[in-house]
Structure formats: C-alpha cells, structure tokens
Design a protein around this ligand. Structure first.
Ligand code: 2RA
Length: 337
C-alpha cells in the first residue's frame, strides 16, 4: 500500500482524482487531502471514510510516497520540497512540463519516460493528452509530417467556477436578464470564444503553444510541425478536436481505423451510415479517447482527418495522472524503498 497526498483535492480535477483512485483500486494506504486555506476544513469521502481537507504546508508530504498535484501554482511552491522528503510528485500544472529534466508522460504513448524521473513527473495539458494518443497510433503506422488541430474545449477545463458561470449565464439569457462574465473574457452561453489562456508569441495563446511544444516532447520529435487553434465552447465536459494529419506514407481511412482501434486507450466510434461519431454527450465520465469521422484528406497526397473527443477531467487530467502513478509503482521507481 502507498501513502498518497492529493493537492488541490477539492477542485474539479482533485475530485476526479479521488474517483479514479477508487475505481482503479489504487493501493492507497494513508490518504491526505490538501488545498489552499480557502478550501481547508471541507470534508470529502474516500472509500466510505470522511477526510478533512487540510491547508497544504511543507509538512503535508512527510511520510507520503506519491503526491498528485491537481494544478495551479502549488507544485512550484511545494513540489521540490515534497521530492526532498522522498515523495514522487505527479503534477497536472504546466509548471514543469517543458523542463528537460522532467518527463512529460502519457502512459499509452511514452511510458518509458517515467523511468528517468528525478522526483517530478509532469502530466500534460488536457487537450494535448487527448490528441497524442491518435497521433502516436498514426505515427507508428505511417509517420507524421504535419498536424493541424482545432479544439472545442469544455468549460470544466477552466474549473468549477467556469461550469457555474455557464449555468448562471444560460439561465440569465433565457430569462432575458444579464450576467457579467467573471471567468471568461466574454459570455460563454450561446457563444464560442477563440481564446484559451493568455496570448503569447505570434498571437497564439498559451493553450495553443502547449499543444505544439508538449506534443513534440511526448512524441520525442522536436521539430514536428504542429499548429493549433483552441476554442472554448459552451459544453460542460469533454474536449473535442478536429485533427488534420499529413502522413509520411499513405494510410487509407480503412487502415487508419484499424490502427486506431488497436491502440490502447482509443475507442473508434465511426459509422456514418448509423450516424455514429464521438460527441461530449457520449464520452463524458469515460477514460478512453474516442475517434471518429476518420477520412482521407484528398487535398494533399497523404492526409487524414479525425474527430477526437475525450473527457478532459478524466483522461485529460485525473486518469492520466493516476496511470502515471501506477507506472511508477510497476517500474519500481518510487523515491523511498
Ligand atoms: C482548459 N486546457 O481547458 C485547459 C485546462 N488545463 O482550459
């Protein structure tokens, strides 16, 4: 059994981490739940036991084997200290993802990178995780020359307050009232916002750069041409992505369907005659990445179009983090003996 601390336990990702630990029968010994002072004192239930959320302090990691950080700034403040105390840190924030000394891992894609960790292992951005499973399947079968992705990202990617904003705003609009946005820069109800996170170089957003840079790191392909447009949509849960891939070798849609279906963690949902394709409606609260609308792109000699949907709180965050913790145990690379 392993002692586990969840930091950011009461947020949208933290809650999901607890569910996933339970569902996957993770061998939890002691479980400590931590958060900011604002959430300290809240009570949460894990496997029938009520646990009070504590404020995170350097002592929160004493005697712990694995720390799962749900996101935000906490891992910068407490992560290195936790490692010094012998605790492996699995971090869902962007604080360490591009640090060359920190592995960035999607277990179905680059599990071996877990083995060289020095204490911290980064969990990639949700929209990146969802895309790299099908990319790896296609790369292994035909090589990849270029990727063009457009995302349709659920509000829960921005946390629980963003979900509440969508609900309150939708009600206000239907009732003919007004609601001033607090989380998003514009109303999200009955709207789309082509702006996730802050604007950076070349007028791409940080979310768009994450998809470019993290994908290259996970696929061990530093120069892979990837370009992204990320868009927030008024959906509660599950990110969707339109992914256009130029391949090195020709891959028919039929063969693409086969290699995608054979890849771990992917479910192919693709039968146009039966109107079968992935949608957030079907994919939420599931751990798999769903792929449909698989078509050859005949505007280039070798190209494919995919429609990819996955629950970003699960595979895009909590499930991926817990899968990394499982690999740490399987590979025997905990910090304490
Ligand atoms: C979002 N990708 O959806 C972010 C969450 N990590 O806002």
């Amino acid at each position: 059994m392993y002692n586990v601390v969840v930091v950011g336990a009461s947020g949208a990702v933290g809650r999901e981490i607890l569910k996933v630990l339970d569902e996957r029968q993770f061998p939890v010994g002691e479980l400590r739940l931590c958060a900011t002072s604002r959430s300290a004192g809240k009570q949460m239930v894990f496997r029938g036991k009520t646990i009070t959320v504590e404020e995170t302090t350097p002592d929160s990691f004493k005697g712990m084997d694995i720390a799962l950080f749900a996101g935000g700034a906490a891992s910068k403040q407490f992560g290195p200290g936790a490692v010094e105390q012998g605790c492996v840190v699995i971090d869902n924030s962007s604080n360490f993802r591009l640090d060359p000394a920190v592995p960035l891992v999607v277990p179905e894609v680059n599990p071996g990178d877990v083995r060289w960790h020095k204490g911290i292992i980064a969990n990639p951005n949700c929209s990146t995780i969802i895309m790299v499973l099908p990319l790896k399947a296609i790369a292994d079968a035909a090589g990849i020359k270029r990727v063009v992705v457009s995302t349709y990202q659920a509000v829960s990617g921005a946390g629980m307050e963003a979900m509440e904003e969508l609900t309150a705003q939708t009600r206000a609009v239907l009732d003919g009232g007004e609601y001033t946005p607090k989380v998003f820069p514009y109303p999200i109800a009955f709207n789309l916002i082509p702006h996730i996170d802050v604007f950076q170089e070349m007028d791409y957003t940080k979310e768009e750069w994450k998809m470019v840079k993290e994908t290259r790191k996970i696929l061990h392909n530093d120069h892979l041409p990837v370009t992204a447009t990320t868009v927030r949509v008024p959906v509660y849960r599950s990110h969707s992505e339109s992914v256009n891939i130029e391949t090195e070798e020709k891959l028919s849609a039929t063969r693409a369907r086969e290699v995608l279906a054979a890849f771990p963690g992917i479910v192919v949902m693709d039968d146009p005659e039966k109107k079968e394709y992935p949608m957030p409606l079907f994919c939420s609260e599931r751990d798999e990445v769903f792929v449909g609308r698989i078509r050859e792109d005949n505007s280039v000699p070798r190209g494919l179009n995919l429609w990819v949907v996955s629950d970003q709180l699960r595979k895009g965050a909590a499930t991926n983090a817990v899968q990394i913790a499982e690999l740490v145990i399987r590979y025997g690379c905990l910090l304490r003996g």
